[in-house]
Design a protein around this ligand. Structure first.
Ligand SMILES: [Fe+2]
Length: 213
């Protein structure tokens, strides 16, 4: 009987170990690449929720555009300009979210916008209803941020922090208007002074994507 030499056994074991180690290494590398791609990809529910918020922002823009037109029609042009600036801000919010999605290789969904629903009888009424709309938008942004956090979408959660801060400003702007208009009451001179002030609000330029690296 031929007894295998130790050197042959060692050589065979070495070949086996080398093959096994290579296969394991390849598997780990493939798993690592897949994992890396998966954690970078936005979860579908987060993408869908951001798309929904894009629509909400565009709907909000329409509401403010309509309010602006209403004010221009009654020659309160300062408030017309103020609400036009608000319209531009909402468009920019939607555009920022669109660029976030395209940076993540997602194509934003551009659907139809709803017909504006805010009606008003006085300038104070318009500001109060706009404040209520912004409070709804804040709740939506909070829920969106909660979803991004719950799904470990760190990039989406961080991106949305801007909008959480932005909503504080949006609500404060309208609260400021509500308070001043409440103080003015039926004083027409005060209303005209406020209209003049409102006309000083700068209409923000269209948000552009960051320059390519
Ligand atoms: Fe907004």
């Amino acid at each position: 009987m031929k007894v295998p030499r130790w050197t042959n056994i060692v050589a065979k074991l070495s070949r086996f170990s080398l093959l096994t180690a290579s296969a394991l290494l390849f598997s780990f590398a493939a798993y690592g690449a897949t994992y890396a791609a998966l954690v970078r990809k936005l979860p579908p529910e987060v993408t869908a929720a951001i798309n929904q918020q894009i629509k909400n922002e565009l709907d909000g823009a329409q509401e403010y555009l309509r309010l602006a037109n209403n004010f221009y029609a009654i020659n309160l042009n300062g408030f017309g300009a103020w609400y036009t600036a608000q319209y531009a801000e909402e468009l920019n919010h939607a555009r920022m979210m669109m660029f976030f999605l395209t940076d993540k290789d997602e194509i934003p969904v551009i659907g139809g916008v709803d017909v504006p629903t805010i009606t008003f009888t006085t300038t104070l009424d318009a500001a109060s209803r706009s404040l209520a709309l912004e409070e709804i938008q804040t709740d939506r942004i909070y829920k969106l941020h909660d979803l991004a956090t719950a799904t470990n979408s760190r990039d989406a959660a961080t991106f949305l922090l801007f909008f959480i801060t932005e909503q504080v400003q949006e609500e404060a702007n309208f609260k400021n208007q509500v308070d001043k208009l409440t103080l003015a009451g039926d004083d027409r001179a005060a209303l005209l002074a406020m209209d003049k002030d409102a006309g000083l609000r700068v209409i923000p330029p269209m948000f552009m994507p960051p320059p390519a690296p």
